[in-house]
Design a protein around this ligand. Structure first.
Ligand code: FAD
Length: 401
């Protein structure tokens, strides 16, 4: 009756994999596992740029949680976390409250707009399944308005703020989607503009230069325009104001991908943030809290080799889940807690359609269809870890392109 209570907040990569690992590690009689999520489904955050552009059927990117998590072993709570009362070991939900002995915070990211005027109110962001689907619907609506309204060329301009991983993957998908929309709404493709605006002088900071150049050329070849070294100064409902000369660009759609931070619940619950996230100890616990783990996009994990945190990715979040589950077991049974060690398996960015680039296995560079095939393998590997071959067959991307 008095089993220790482990509560996991958020069913993204980190939360799902931690739950899965805990069910593999413990018997029903040993611990009570509760997984809380805003929705009864898990969505693939790494596919949301495809949902937002409309290049994937949205339902392919989500999975009912109960399809992959054993509900006889785990209490699934479909509710929204409001606050973590860490001093009382309680979590406040919209409709309930939960007590915990061990807590895993895996609530993901939200957009950071750095106080750019109007960005919060006027820009979309690729932040969740619902918000991504809205972007897709909005773009299509702007295209459908175009022929019905005079003097509205700007409806066909899509501005994407930020040339990091998400911004670049998204414009790649848009480059594929635009010709389809033009066909559907009888629009001359030359009237459409996809503009990526980035404050840094080059795209994909942190990426290998040769790969970033390849990506840029591939996207420019498909008519994506870049404004690099250009700050967005202000964002209004139908325009952005950019650069030192305050150029105005009229647009029908603005999508901000230029910054993310931990889910604000973390900061609001009194955890100390550095640059928007909690820097966790090497065993993934929140400093000063021996029963709280913070995983995925809510935290920074230091790479001891170069003294900088690892960039938060799905790959990192999933590997953290293993260490977290092992460390919960160590806390329960008195073993030694392990330090997290990241095994970087490479990074591949899709650039729309059959285009992609990236590195795998000790920095081997891949381009084009080979990279795209590898991207699909990476996506399918996650599905396999989560739900075995059955899930790969249902939701996988096993075709080369
Ligand atoms: P998430 O996967 O975002 O999950 C958070 C979960 O918490 C969600 O299910 C959400 O519904 C839930 N939640 C949020 N708030 C609440 C609340 N208040 N109450 C209850 N539940 C809540 N990484 C890679 O490694 N490779 C890639 O190719 C890659 N591509 C990307 C492409 C895009 C478009 C984006 C946006 C990101 C990409 N990333 C990629 C980064 C990767 O998606 C994130 O690092 C990863 O999703 C972090 O996992 P997480 O478990 O921390 O959060």
């Amino acid at each position: 009756a008095n089993k220790p209570k482990v509560v996991i907040l958020g069913a993204g990569y980190a939360g799902m994999m931690t739950t899965k690992r805990l069910t593999q590690k413990f018997g029903t009689e040993e611990v009570e596992i509760t997984l809380v999520n805003k929705h009864n489904y898990h969505y693939q955050t790494t596919w949301l740029h495809e949902v937002a552009a409309g290049t994937i059927e949205p339902n392919r990117s989500r999975i009912m949680i109960s399809d992959v998590i054993d509900t006889k072993r785990v209490n699934l709570v479909h509710d929204t976390v409001v606050e973590i009362k860490k001093d009382e070991q309680r979590v406040v939900l919209e409709n309930d409250e939960l007590e915990y002995d061990y807590l895993v915070i895996a609530l993901g990211f939200e957009k950071a707009t750095f106080g750019i005027p109007g960005m919060e109110e006027n820009a979309f962001s690729i932040e969740s399944f619902d918000k991504s689907r809205l972007i897709c619907e909005h773009i299509e609506y702007q295209f459908s308005r175009y022929k019905n309204e005079e003097g509205n060329d700007h409806l066909l301009t899509i501005v994407v703020g930020g040339a990091g991983f998400t911004g670049i993957e998204f414009v790649g998908e848009l480059a594929e989607r635009v010709p389809e929309l033009c066909k559907k709404y009888d629009i001359d493709k030359r009237n459409v503009r996809i503009i990526n605006i980035e404050a840094a002088p080059s795209i994909l900071p942190g990426f290998d230069e040769e790969l970033a150049d390849y990506a840029r050329k591939s996207l420019e070849f498909r008519d994506v325009e870049f404004k690099l070294g250009t700050m967005i100064k202000e964002c209004k409902a139908d325009r952005v104001i950019v650069g030192d000369d305050e150029e105005e660009i009229k647009t029908g759609t603005i999508v901000w991908t230029g910054g993310v931070q931990a889910n604000s619940i973390v900061g609001n619950s009194g955890f100390e943030l550095t640059k928007g996230r909690v820097t966790v100890d090497s065993d993934l616990r929140a400093p000063g809290h021996e029963n709280i783990f913070i995983l995925g996009d809510c935290s920074w994990v230091m790479d001891e080799e170069n003294g900088r945190p690892y960039p938060p990715t799905a790959q990192l979040a999933m590997q953290e889940a293993d260490t977290c589950a092992n460390n919960i077991a160590a806390l329960l049974y008195g073993g030694q807690l392990e330090d997290f060690v990241f095994d970087h398996k490479g990074t591949v960015a899709s650039l729309g359609g059959k285009h992609a680039m990236g590195t795998v296995f000790d920095d081997k560079k891949l381009y084009g269809v080979t990279a795209k095939a590898m991207k699909n393998v990476i996506d399918d590997r996650y599905l396999f870890l989560l739900g075995g071959p059955r899930l790969v067959l249902r939701k996988g991307k096993f075709r080369p392109f």
